[in-house]
Write a protein that binds this ligand. Structure first.
Ligand SMILES: Cc1ncc(COP(=O)(O)O)c(C=O)c1O
Length: 365
């Protein structure tokens, strides 16, 4: 049996390796600093652990079908109505809902090149053409060129914001000027997986814009700031008619009962989230300063990672750090031959990383 013809060319998403896989592959016995998938290095919130322990005895039951409790809690936190919220098995699933509900075979989507790979992967799965627009020289989304690329067939523009892997962002003026120009028949999907880490007030927050723009969909996730990557929980925010249509293609019980209870618990643990956001802000400043002092180009980031250009020693440094237990993300596949993406770690991890990079440079000298 052959798959659909367009699936033959599809290469599945290349995920970061798990700790167990890395330990096995490298036979490492010292500490391992997993800085390749932008996960929360603090571990889960203690409230989540208690909530999960309490819920284990209920896993023979389906979860609440409407997820109203969690949609209400999200609504309260982000000042939106529960009717403007849809939950997904990770925010990835909401990207898929958009394809299922709205994007036809004759439609096209626009993405920046490079950007988060799943937009293009879903387009390939559904047999939809992707138009790629290069980032600007400063690695921001090139909104002007994106507008020029919009055609009557363009159904959706996907923008990861902050951008993955560069960490770049957009200002209010830049983005609202763009929103005004995009035809109403085309969705703008603002994927704010890293939105919780933005501290610059000049940087847009989609949640404050969607009520004014009926074609704007904002995506958020519990995988990053909320420390629930392994449970898979994300949400979309948009005006209610869009949410209603996305719900038509959502399977019943798409979010499992553990993810549901964990989401409710972590929303009550604002101290945990605040602590992590501060850790990211401090760690980002620390790594930026230290790596710049060592002569490397660090790109400004408002996310929980930074992209660093290590020049000609990039590959060698990557392998050296791997042997020392530091797992970073190479960015060759994204077109950045000499850069690595580093997830901001704990204070201890960040210091140890800088120390090891200095050791590497000393050896090279
Ligand atoms: C820009 C972006 N969007 C979405 C996701 C996926 O989020 P989730 O775990 O909620 O599916 C990621 C994960 O790395 C990401 O970088």
């Amino acid at each position: 049996m052959e798959p659909k013809p367009w699936l033959r060319a599809l290469i599945p998403y290349p995920p970061g390796k798990t700790l167990a896989e890395i330990k096995k592959e490298l036979s490492l016995d010292g500490p391992i600093y997993k800085l390749n998938s932008n996960e929360n290095p603090l571990g889960p919130s203690p409230r989540v652990i208690s909530a999960l322990a309490e819920t284990l005895g209920e896993i023979h039951l389906y979860p609440e079908a409407s997820y109203l409790t969690l949609r209400e809690a999200i609504g309260k936190k982000f000042s939106v109505s529960p009717e403007e919220v849809i939950l997904g098995n990770g925010s990835n699933e909401i990207i898929e809902f958009i394809f299922k509900a709205y994007i036809d075979e004759d439609d096209t989507i626009i993405v920046s090149k490079p950007s988060f790979l799943m937009y293009e992967k879903f387009a390939q799965i559904y047999g939809i053409k992707t138009v790629e627009v290069a980032l600007r020289k400063d690695y921001k989304h090139d909104l002007e060129s994106i507008l020029k690329a919009v055609s009557p067939n363009t159904k959706a523009i996907f923008l990861d914001h902050p951008h993955n892997p560069t960490g770049s962002t957009l200002t209010w003026d830049e983005f609202t000027d763009f929103l005004k120009e995009v035809p109403q028949s085309c969705f703008i999907i603002l994927d704010e997986a890293y939105g919780d880490f933005v501290e610059d007030p000049n940087v847009i927050r989609g949640i404050e814009l969607f009520k004014k723009y009926p074609n704007l969909i904002v995506l958020r996730t519990f995988s990053k700031a909320y420390g629930l990557a392994g449970l898979r929980l994300g949400f979309g925010i948009a005006q209610n008619p869009i949410i209603d249509n996305l719900n038509r293609v959502r399977q019943p019980f798409n979010v499992n009962i553990l993810a549901l209870k964990a989401g409710l618990a972590v929303l009550e643990d604002s101290e945990y989230v605040k602590k992590y956001i501060k850790l990211v802000s401090d760690g980002r400043n620390f790594l930026q300063k230290e790596l710049e002092l060592l002569g490397f180009k660090v790109y400004p980031s408002q996310a929980n990672f930074i992209m660093v250009d290590f020049g000609g020693t990039c590959e060698e440094l990557y392998s050296y750090l791997l042997r020392k237990g530091f797992i970073l993300r190479p960015l060759k596949a994204y077109g950045f031959e000499t850069a690595l993406r580093i997830t901001i770690g704990t204070e201890e991890a960040n210091k140890a990383l800088v120390k090891e990079i200095k050791n590497f440079l000393l050896q090279k000298a």
